[in-house]
Design a protein around this ligand. Structure first.
Ligand code: SN0
Length: 316
């Protein structure tokens, strides 16, 4: 596997990838020969806790070394785009920096969030594409402007482990948040759930419609209570408006996931990718309840990442 940027890269073997992750959890150190003398470089343009640590752990389990660069703080500021006259504060061009990092690493990972200023620029994924184009090595997305595929794979593994019927009802619900957040997590969750063929409903207030190319095939509703009926999994996430790009349209707590709302479900499990704003996105009573999967879900980040890195190492 030469790149891992979205479900399209693994659609043909999605089921096997989930099975690989579950097998690796039982036998984490079985493939250490694959990573011997191999190095993954993890480049962060934004903060990270789970992605950074779970990727380092996955690499370690496979016998690899990981080098981490907090590019937003420690690297030279990078220029992007063709033909730029670099007489401002950017000291080097991304294409030079990436080509050099490709010389030092066998695999590169990149985290580069949406800026939420310009929709076309964010959705063109310039930074991620520059890494693929200029590094000369396989590239894994650690959350890009429009997707968070390692999160979505871990989410799918978690649902496979906890589902009680072959095609569970999974509800992605928008929830409030004090800041404007990217659409990457909900876009990605939707495309992975649809590829895995679960019964997906997306509930959000009017104006929070996601890019249709991610959600085609899902049921979409403005009625959160209706969506929760008979749900087996509730996946909460805030995102800013896609159509009124980057805007916050609703600030009150009417969409917060509460115990009263969870009572409408089929004793659903609660999921969130973390970090989470407690008592804004979800009440403590829900996130601390026995039905909450936030910790096993985060734990599965290691096995999801390890399944991906294993395939990349096998194709080096
Ligand atoms: C990121 C997001 O894409 O929503 C990363 C999620 C894995 N989340 C945040 O930036 C949360 C920041 C905050 O202030 O709560």
């Amino acid at each position: 596997m030469k790149q891992f940027t979205g479900v399209a890269d693994v659609r043909n073997f999605l089921h096997e990838l989930v099975k690989d992750a579950i097998a690796l959890k039982k036998n984490p150190f079985a493939h250490q020969h694959l990573g011997k003398n191999k190095v993954i470089g993890l480049v962060f343009m934004n903060p990270s806790l789970r992605t950074r640590l779970s990727t380092q752990r996955a690499a370690l389990n496979l016998g690899m070394q990981a080098m981490v660069m907090n590019a937003d703080k420690d690297a030279w500021k990078m220029a992007t785009g063709e033909g730029v006259v670099m007489n401002g504060d950017a000291a080097e061009h991304i294409k030079d920096a990436v080509a050099v990092m490709g010389q030092y690493c066998d695999i590169l990972g990149l985290r580069s969030f949406a800026t939420l200023v310009n929709k076309e620029e964010d959705y063109a994924e310039q930074n991620l594409n520059d890494f693929i184009r200029y590094s000369g090595v396989p590239v894994v997305s650690l959350e890009s402007a429009t997707r968070h595929p390692l999160q979505s794979l871990a989410d799918l593994v978690t649902i496979e482990e906890y589902k009680k019927k072959p095609r569970p009802k999974v509800v992605l619900t928008w929830a409030p948040h004090p800041r404007a957040l990217p659409q990457a997590v909900p876009n990605s969750f939707a495309e992975w759930m649809l590829a895995a063929d679960v019964d997906l409903t997306i509930a959000h207030p009017e104006g929070y419609e996601l890019d249709e190319s991610f959600t085609q095939g899902a049921k979409i509703t403005y009625d959160q209570a209706e969506a929760f009926k008979n749900a087996d999994f509730i996946y909460a996430k805030n995102w800013s408006s896609y159509h009124e790009y980057g805007q916050i349209l609703l600030r009150d707590r009417s969409w917060t996931v509460s115990a009263e709302k969870m009572a409408l479900t089929n004793n659903a499990h609660f999921m969130h990718c973390l970090p989470v704003r407690r008592n804004v996105v979800v009440d403590d009573a829900v996130i601390d309840s026995p039905q909450s999967l936030i910790i096993p879900q985060a734990a599965n980040r290691v096995w999801a990442c390890q399944a991906v890195l294993k395939r990349m190492l096998e194709s080096l």
